[in-house]
Ligand binder design. Structure first.
Ligand SMILES: *Cc1c(COP(=O)(O)O)cnc(C)c1O
Length: 430
């Protein structure tokens, strides 16, 4: 056992979470015991999540500490918002420095971080224009608006007729327009009426996209790897084939790289594994370094250039603090170090997880430091597995009930990764 303390929960001898919590309740540093925080959440926050029973008070790198001082290894990394780990010193320094200068101006005025952020992000992603927003859903919404406007103004689609082709089992966010093209009944039920103009085809089938294209098609919007769906990797050549179909039909290709991008798969952008350049990319999550929400649409000038003053905006989008943190993220990515870590540690992760197939695991998918571990039918339900991992001091979240999504911070060490995989093996092979 490395990197653990007396308080570490990574120990087969760790007692059940409830016992430990009540025993330590009187000494909780934040004053309230975990159970009390959980009760507050239950009473006062809307129940749109079902969190595991751990109350985090501090974090550093790949580790978090709960209100009772127990440490846990983070194998979720904020759904890839924490690619650089918790509180990466360069990112915290950039935020602190900017907090001492100016945090918000609104876009009514220029500030000294926006242009630099946009230039640096465009250079990093080899694109021409940047539209800064905050959440990932806002970036996707913005890409949808831009694609529609491009269709009317540049392609000549008759007003109100633009269509966007999306993939089944997609996840692009939670706004009413975005859930309009979700195929997840839970994400949609009772939220209609829905925004029209979207055509859903099977993920992984370029032929289905080709057949769905009409003269009114503005864009094809896909995740290069579907994260929420269970880290689903499409067949090799899928994105390249989509690129060719889009080119042949004068249709935009939009890659939602909010979860797959920014080094998660071992490349800056997951689409480049297929040698593909999209017309627009949506970025988010890790772009804010786990400190502030920062998202963006980046892409071709001919497309993003259709927006004129007043047609789109955001009070917080592109604010000085977001830009300063985003610039520090870009500096980390520009070294290539994190992409390389993801490739090397990812190869190790997939080798180790591959050994579990047949031992409680039916399949492992993914690329780089990102894996969907399919729990064997006789194994525990996803929620029971993540609860058992929590008791062993490992944070992880199921997706689609039967898949464990493993996406550690890219700063994790090989031995820490091994501890995590060992715990997964123990829990699933029981
Ligand atoms: C998380 C995610 C989003 C939505 O991002 P939010 O910041 O939660 O709005 C969109 N697309 C993909 C692929 C995502 O993983």
């Amino acid at each position: 056992m490395t990197a653990t303390t007396e308080n570490s929960a990574i120990s087969p001898s760790a007692t059940g979470a409830a016992e430990t919590h009540s025993a330590a309740a009187g000494t909780a540093q934040a004053g309230l015991a975990a159970a009390e925080h959980i009760a507050l959440d239950e009473q006062w926050s809307t129940h749109n999540y079902h969190p595991l029973p751990v109350v985090i008070a501090e974090a550093q790198g790949a580790w978090v500490t709960d209100v009772h001082g127990r440490r846990y290894l983070d194998l979720l990394a904020g759904y890839s918002a924490l690619n650089f780990g918790h509180r990466h010193p360069d990112l915290v320094a950039a935020a602190v420095e900017q907090l001492g200068r100016v945090t918000l101006t609104s876009r009514a005025f220029h500030h000294d971080q926006l242009g630099l952020f946009c230039r640096e992000l465009a250079e990093l992603t080899e694109t021409e224009l940047v539209l800064p927003m905050n959440s990932g859903a806002e970036a996707v919404e913005s890409a949808v608006k831009v694609a529609r406007k491009w269709a009317y103004q540049v392609k000549g689609v008759p007003d109100g007729r633009a269509e966007i082709i999306v993939a089944g089992s997609n996840f692009h966010g939670r706004t009413t327009t975005i859930v309009s093209f979700s195929t997840d009944p839970t994400a949609r039920a009772d939220f209609g009426p829905f925004t029209p103009g979207f055509v859903v085809v099977d993920y992984g089938s370029a032929q289905a996209v080709a057949e769905a294209i009409t003269e009114h098609t503005a864009a094809v919007l896909v995740e290069p790897i579907q994260g929420e769906a269970g880290v689903v990797v499409p067949p090799a050549g899928y994105l390249a084939e989509l690129r060719r179909i889009c080119d042949d039909n004068g249709v935009l290709l939009i890659a939602d790289e909010i979860q797959s991008g920014l080094a998660r798969t071992g490349e800056l952008l997951a689409s480049s594994a297929d040698g593909v350049r999209a017309d627009l990319y949506t970025l988010g999550k890790a772009l804010g370094g786990g400190i502030v929400p920062v998202s963006a649409v980046v892409g071709r000038r001919e497309v993003l250039g259709v927006l004129r003053p007043g047609e789109h905006g955001s009070t917080f989008g592109g604010n000085p603090l977001a830009c300063a943190v985003g610039r520090a993220v870009i500096r980390l990515l520009a070294t290539g170090e994190y992409q390389q870590r993801s490739r090397e540690l990812g190869a190790h992760l997939h080798r180790r997880l591959g050994e579990l197939v047949g031992h409680g695991v039916s399949a492992v998918r993914g690329r780089g430091l990102w894996a969907g571990v399919e729990i064997a039918p006789e194994g525990p339900a996803g929620r029971a597995a993540t609860a058992a991992l929590l008791e062993r001091g490992v944070l992880c979240k199921e997706t689609q009930d039967t898949t464990l999504r493993i996406a550690p911070p890219l700063v994790i060490t090989e031995s820490e990764l091994d501890e995590g995989v060992d715990a997964v093996g123990e829990v699933l092979s029981r």
